[in-house]
Design a protein around this ligand. Structure first.
Ligand code: FNR
Length: 189
């Protein structure tokens, strides 16, 4: 099967190491996965005042999530938590009440940090949010990437063991998507 994966890069920084990681992941992913970035930077800050009439950025975000078979989160850890811009996008996607676009979408989380914890605390935080939103998560392998600049060049991971690990992570994600979607009652397609 061919699966559409919508992905979020949790950083808005121009030199984002997580954007680099996302490029490297796509390069080593199984070719049954087709990737589309879901942009978050132009979303206003969410308020339920918008629920009556979502602005174009909010509509586009929800449509992009709904059009995806699965969601991949590639995100930094900011102050031991989910970056504000990414949390804002998740809030947009989850509302209005009863129209949570993440429900039953298989998901996976990965993140890079220069530090040794490799975004583990952010990921634990994001896992609670995804559980609440009823998005099944790839539980293993976990992927905490300590970013070393010399292991990446031109959007590729050049360190063989890290590269193998990233490839394994993506093929496990693909197998997980297949399991979730093939067992979902009422799943179309
Ligand atoms: C950080 N950084 C950071 N790193 C970490 O491992 N744990 C943390 O809690 C934080 N907190 C934090 C807060 C804020 C506001 C910033 C700007 C940075 C460092 C962070 O990992 C580093 O800047 C990475 O380069 C961020 O990833 P992107 O944005 O380059 O993808």
């Amino acid at each position: 099967a061919q699966y559409k994966v919508g992905y979020f890069v949790g950083s808005l920084a121009t030199g984002s190491i997580n954007r680099t990681l996302s490029e490297a992941l796509i390069k080593v992913a199984p070719d049954t996965l087709e990737f589309t970035e879901i942009p978050i930077k132009d979303l206003p800050l969410y308020s339920y005042d918008y629920d009556e009439d979502y602005p174009p950025e909010g509509r586009a975000l929800k449509e992009a999530i709904l059009a995806s078979d699965a969601i991949l989160y590639v995100s930094p850890e900011y102050n031991r938590a989910i970056p504000g811009g990414l949390k804002n996008a998740i809030d947009w996607g989850s509302r209005p009440w009863g129209q949570n676009a993440f429900a039953r979408k298989p998901s996976a989380i990965i993140g890079a940090s220069p530090g040794g914890i490799g975004t583990a605390v952010m990921q634990a935080n994001l896992r609670s949010v995804l559980a609440f939103l009823d998005s099944p998560q790839l539980n293993a392998p976990e992927a905490y990437i300590t970013y070393q600049a010399n292991a990446f060049s031109n959007g590729e991971c050049t360190d063989p063991s890290t590269r193998d690990f990233l490839a394994t992570f993506m093929s496990e994600f693909e197998a997980f998507i297949q399991r979730v979607l093939s067992s979902a009652p009422g799943h179309i397609g």
